[in-house]
Design a binder for this molecule. Structure first.
Ligand SMILES: NC(=O)c1ccc[n+]([C@@H]2O[C@H](COP(=O)([O-])OP(=O)(O)OC[C@H]3O[C@@H](n4cnc5c(N)ncnc54)[C@H](OP(=O)(O)O)[C@@H]3O)[C@@H](O)[C@H]2O)c1
Length: 321
């Protein structure tokens, strides 16, 4: 393996574009970047749909961001990924291709691309190392998303090797926290469980059904920890190799459901709907590379779920007002 280059990149005073700034990751990046004295650039989807190549090129030519966090993507849980297969492939390919090319063509000095731990091969050895990407078949339920994300990572890598662009890619684990999507069918597991346990508590339901067997093991990272890791890497890391971002610890969905139920204050039964798909049996990142680069997660699962539940209560209250 090539040595990991470490170069200092200053964010202070730079024009920094957060693509997807209203999303869970993008808004966490905005919160964290507020401490960097950067000139933050954002654009709403109604002004520039990032699938629209001409609109993206015109916006980059006008704004000329010096650094880009590419946190815009079509994202969803297992049902959304499996049913909206064409949209997950097309949107994510188009967004990555348009933004990466426009960044390069308009003199962007540094770009961070976001992959995801769910794009590693379904049965890759655990904990998942960065070099296991493309070593085996993908999880069929999210193959379109994975193919698009892998293409984005390969683009960042190719722009580095062909043009010398300082484009890097990170692989976050499952994230949770403020700004999560609580859609009843299309959400990720953390948001889905917070919502279901909260609604059961409020309605006094005696049982909450959790999808799948409860046996798969998952790792969860609080999204503000992710943002902190991204800023650290943006400032210090420059290399074609991916960097996993996670806690390095996993938990079964059943145990996790109990943590969420306790945080929410739900005291009824928890049962498992085994007719629902489990997805990948285990998903834990090897965070050795990230640790060597000088960063580790600091928010415990219990504290993170408390913060996420508070954010859920605030967000649903705001939506109702
Ligand atoms: N969430 C996770 O657990 C997780 C885990 C690993 C990696 N990641 C990666 O992190 C990145 C961000 O994920 P997230 O969870 O923050 O997703 P998210 O909350 O759904 O946010 C996605 C953002 O992208 C924007 N977007 C989507 N399509 C767009 C388009 N055509 N034009 C302009 N903007 C568009 C959305 O805009 P609107 O606000 O207008 O909808 C939204 O702001 C993704 O690359 C994802 O793969 C996420």
């Amino acid at each position: 393996m090539r040595p990991m280059a470490s170069t200092a990149f200053e964010l202070k005073g730079k024009a920094v574009f957060v693509a997807g700034h209203r999303g869970m990751v993008g808004s966490a990046l905005m919160r964290r970047l507020a401490r960097e004295q950067a000139d933050l650039l954002t654009v709403s989807r109604s002004e520039v749909d990032l699938r629209d190549q001409a609109a993206v090129n015109a916006w980059f030519a006008a704004k000329r961001p010096q650094a880009v966090f590419l946190a815009a993507a079509k994202v969803g849980g297992i049902v959304a990924n499996n049913t909206l297969r064409a949209e997950f492939l097309y949107d994510n390919l188009a967004i990555s291709a348009n933004v990466i090319q426009a960044a390069h063509a308009n003199g962007c000095e540094k770009l961070m691309f976001f992959g995801s731990s769910c794009i590693y091969p379904r049965l890759a050895p655990q904990p998942l190392r960065e070099d296991s990407m493309l070593t085996g078949p993908l999880e069929p339920t999210n193959e379109p998303y994975a193919i698009a994300k892998i293409a984005g990572i390969k683009m960042a890598e190719a722009y580095r090797s062909q043009y010398g662009a300082d484009f890097i890619s990170v692989m976050p684990t499952n994230l949770y926290g403020p700004g999560d999507n609580y859609h009843p069918e299309y959400s990720h597991v953390v948001a889905a469980l917070i919502r279901r346990f909260h609604e059961a508590k409020v309605s006094g339901a005696a049982d909450v059904v959790v999808w799948g067997t409860g046996k798969p093991r998952r790792e969860f990272l609080y999204v503000d920890d992710l943002a902190d890791a991204c800023i650290h890497l943006m400032k210090t890391y420059s290399s074609p190799e991916l960097v996993n971002i996670g806690t390095g610890e996993d938990i079964t969905i059943a145990e996790f459901a109990r943590v969420v139920a306790a945080t929410v204050g739900y005291r009824g039964e928890i049962s498992f709907d085994t007719s629902r798909p489990d997805g990948t049996p285990r998903k834990l990142l090897d965070v050795g590379r990230l640790a060597k680069l000088g960063w580790r997660a600091t928010t415990s699962l219990e504290d993170g779920i408390k913060l996420a539940y508070q954010a859920y209560l605030n967000e649903t209250k705001q939506a109702a007002e």
